[in-house]
Design a protein around this ligand. Structure first.
Ligand SMILES: [Fe+2]
Ligand SMILES: [Fe+2]
Length: 198
């Protein structure tokens, strides 16, 4: 049985770097949640906003799309290619709870990819106009709600269950190896530690 503990928190108020990959993954979640919040505000602006708010909504939509297509994809790879395999390797997991959790998280990643594809399709169909005058706002609102409904419990499960378990069972040298792989995934030199872009 897995422990449900406090969310994994990086020490202090600093932005974690690649020497603290679990803290960095939590920091990535903060950024994802900020984009979800911005998309929800954008939905309201698209329905009721004036010209200025429509422009702000368009910028928020473009920014979120860019984040989920770039840093968001790398974040998923950090988990699926670097973290989850080590969790499975070092887990004693006699009741299979960690494997079940990882299986569920993997499936949610695939579902999120499908919803992002729908999100992109809707935005592309709206055309290049900043105000997204051609956007199907009702469909867009449903898609944003679907993304938020997927990500928020997913992030909670990772922050409160999976990452704390990883911190307990994965040896320190393997934790550092996760950070090194995350650096390499972003095209960074493995020597030294620099503030991350994602
Ligand atoms: Fe995830
Ligand atoms: Fe995550």
């Amino acid at each position: 049985m897995l422990n449900i503990g406090q969310p994994f928190q990086p020490l202090g108020a600093h932005v974690p770097d690649f020497s603290d990959p679990l803290g960095l993954l939590v920091h990535c979640h903060v950024r994802i949640e900020a984009h979800l919040d911005a998309l929800e505000r954008a939905v309201v602006q698209l329905v009721t906003g004036d010209e200025h708010e429509l422009a702000a909504a368009s910028l928020a939509i473009a920014s979120a799309r860019s984040h989920f297509a770039g840093p968001g994809v790398k974040h998923t790879a950090d988990e699926e290619e670097s973290l989850f395999p080590r969790l499975k390797r070092f887990s004693t997991d006699s009741d299979g709870a960690i494997r079940s959790a990882i299986q569920e998280l993997d499936a949610q990643h695939r579902t999120a990819e499908a919803v992002h594809a729908e999100f992109d399709r809707l935005v592309d169909a709206a055309g290049p106009a900043l105000a997204h005058a051609g956007l199907d706002v009702a469909e867009f609102e449903l898609t944003v709600a679907e993304l938020a409904g997927l990500y928020r419990p997913h992030i909670r499960m990772e922050n409160e269950i999976v990452f704390p378990e990883a911190g307990r069972i994965i040896p320190p040298d393997e934790i550092l190896a996760i950070g090194s792989e995350m650096r390499a995934r972003r095209g960074m030199n493995p020597v030294g530690i620099v503030p991350p872009k994602a």
